[in-house]
Design a protein around this ligand. Structure first.
Ligand code: GRF
Length: 200
């Protein structure tokens, strides 16, 4: 199954997926292309280093979000992409894009949804005083951070933890959970029933 990974930043989750594929842990999943909206994303360097095709789409080259996503769809169609994996992609996708890849877009969020939605899931959980937070992999729907949940994993916040400690624990957990969720998708083991995802 051909996978596109969409990135904007460091790409540590992309790296976890690349490593999983190399070890044969993505079932038949193959990362065919990495697309970034940020030319300076380290994720792009990671992909190039191992010879995965990379595409950079700069937002200033497009008149609107719709135009950007139309081009994105064209690139994905051309490559016969079957699964879109968001890995730190800092753009909200248009409804047209989500419709085009309905139930075939995954996202990872650094908190236990539906808590701490938004761009600062780690910071917001840390500041809130909660003692448990975690990681969520979910299908992407039109409303941000709210599609059916595939996998979650919890992370404890200890009194002595700094925000940087928490960030490190969250990322470590993400790098285990995301490849597992992608593998389940590739194996056809995820069945969406309303709000719930059944793992077959
Ligand atoms: C991760 O924390 C992910 O949960 C969030 O964006 C961050 C991306 O990190 N959506 P990286 O670029 O994969 O290192």
């Amino acid at each position: 199954m051909k996978i596109a990974v969409l990135v904007s930043g460091n790409g540590s989750n992309l790296q976890a997926l690349i490593d999983a594929e190399k070890k044969g842990n993505l079932a038949g999943g193959k990362i065919a292309v990495v697309i970034s909206d940020n030319p300076d994303a380290f994720a792009v360097t990671r992909a190039r280093k191992i010879g995965i095709e990379t595409i950079v789409l700069k937002k200033q080259d497009f008149k609107s979000r719709e135009d950007f996503d139309t081009e994105l769809i064209r690139k994905l169609r051309d490559r016969k992409i079957e699964l879109v994996v968001l890995a730190g992609f800092m753009r909200i996708l248009t409804d047209a894009f989500i419709e085009e890849y309905k139930n075939r877009i995954l996202n990872i969020h650094p908190a236990l949804l539906p808590s701490f939605k938004g761009a600062h899931g780690i910071k917001d959980a840390f500041k809130s005083g909660t003692k448990v937070t975690g990681v969520t992999v979910h299908f992407v729907e039109k409303e941000v951070d709210s599609g059916p949940i595939i996998l979650q994993s919890s992370v404890c916040i200890r009194e002595e933890d700094t925000e940087a400690d928490l960030e490190e624990k969250i990322h470590k957990e993400e790098h285990k959970l995301y490849p597992e969720a992608v593998r389940l998708f590739v194996e056809g083991k995820l069945k969406i029933e309303g709000r719930k995802v059944k793992i077959m």
